[in-house]
Design a protein around this ligand. Structure first.
Ligand SMILES: Nc1nc2c(ncn2[C@@H]2O[C@H](COP(=O)(O)OP(=O)(O)OP(=O)(O)O)[C@@H](O)[C@H]2O)c(=O)[nH]1
Ligand SMILES: [Zn+2]
Length: 205
């Protein structure tokens, strides 16, 4: 991920570009053929000839966040209350099993001198979700990035997600979800601000 700041007096536009590490999709496909064959999957079966290639392309796609520009604006109205984007759908891959975990993100900030385009709260979730991840780390990365890029008075992030490795296999704890949070600034230090965040975020509702 590359972040280069282009600043003018009013609108700040920061291109956020994904640096795809060198990918050898042909090599990955050969490896997928070997893996599936070793697992006893009959790739000669009708419909499966293209499966290793599809599998590799699907994984590569799920590990490629879309590029975007982070646009921020001066907080001219002096808005000093929480901005919360609720129920941002996200999908990621658990780094232990490479199985999906999917759910909702709740991302909030308490503005300082600048505000940002609302869509960027969803963009930043995708930026860090599209890679093999651990939910705790994903939560922190989103919160840290907003703190560092926007320098707001506070940041709050909650993720509520279902891990396929927990629900479809292994523990098979069907219907269970994992909730994680990361807080910075006033949302961490000020009890009332923190309570307001959780009240308004209405996680799970
Ligand atoms: N902390 C954390 N754990 C996760 C996450 N995703 C998956 N896990 C857990 O990672 C653990 C890996 O445990 P292991 O014992 O090494 O793997 P395993 O034999 O497949 O474990 P079982 O799932 O219990 O069958 C499991 O308990 C998963 O539920 C995550 O985002 N955060
Ligand atoms: Zn897992």
């Amino acid at each position: 991920m590359t972040v280069t700041s282009i600043t003018n007096a009013r609108v700040d536009r920061v291109p956020v570009r994904h640096n795809a590490t060198a990918r050898d999709l042909a090599g990955a496909e050969q490896a997928a053929v070997a893996m599936l064959t070793a697992l006893g999957v009959d790739l000669k079966r009708e419909g499966m000839a293209e499966t290793p290639g599809r599998m590799v392309r699907a994984l590569a796609e799920m590990c490629t966040p879309r590029d975007f520009d982070l646009t921020t604006f001066p907080n001219e109205a002096g808005y000093d209350q929480l901005v919360i984007e609720r129920r941002i759908r996200f999908q990621s891959l658990c780094e232990h099993h490479l199985l999906p975990f999917t759910g909702f993100a709740y991302v909030a900030y308490l503005p300082g001198t600048r505000i940002l385009g609302l869509s960027k709260l969803a963009r930043v979730v995708e930026l860090f979700a599209c890679q093999p991840q651990v939910q705790e780390q994903l939560t922190q990365q989103i919160a840290d990035w907003l703190r560092d890029q926007l320098k707001p008075k506070g940041v709050g992030v909650v993720l509520d997600a279902e891990h396929m490795c927990m629900t479809l296999r292994g523990a098979r704890a069907e219907g269970s979800t994992t909730v994680t949070s990361a807080l910075h600034g006033l949302l961490l230090d000020d009890l009332r601000a923190r309570e307001e965040f959780f009240l308004l975020a209405k996680v799970g509702i």
